[in-house]
Design a binder for this molecule. Sequence first.
Ligand code: CA
Length: 228
Amino acid sequence: MLRILLVEDDDDIRAALGRALTAQGVTVAAVARGSDALGRLAEFAPDAVILDLGLPDLDGADVLAMIRSLGEVPVLVATARDDEHEIVRLLNAGADDYIVKPYSAAQVLARVRAVLRRIAPDAMQDSSVITIAELEIDPQGREVRLDGQLLTLTRKEFDLLHYLAQRPGQVVSKRDLLADVWNLPWGGGDRTVDVHVSWLRRKLGESAAKPRFLHSVRGVGVKLVDPT
Ligand code: CA
């Protein structure tokens, strides 16, 4: 049975959504304050968290950061405002998806299931270690080794590298990367992919001018190749 932690300070929304989700067969734990979310997260061990951004005690981004510091549970941020800047900021900060209020329980559930489908199959099906030359990517431990040395990657850097490593030699467009790794729509001028590719390059000890694993294909996208 699906377990969802609902962090929402509005009593009416919390009660209504809790009831509606329960009616759909979901086990729901609900808290009204950001500061209560972390304790519940640990003891309830939800499959996903619905996090209201407008909480009275803590900023949504801070709650998200605290949840992220504890683990990889999917987080859907809920906002009353269709504030693209804020949503993009939170997606970049590790939120898995967002919902704009008012939303129905059916919509929340559909979004949660979509996120879990996106994340869980990865964890279950593609859990084998990928080795490309001296690069080793372990999706289960979320560890990357280069020449046997453990690299410290951020969550998105790891996701990006793993995504490319599952498609060696194949050019992946920035549009696809934004959609599949960040769950973001393509805006045209977005630098998110470029910036992360550049960070990843640095950690792999290479540069755009002297690529080894990561090759940019101008105007198309990026590919990961076996340099040997
Ligand atoms: Ca609120």
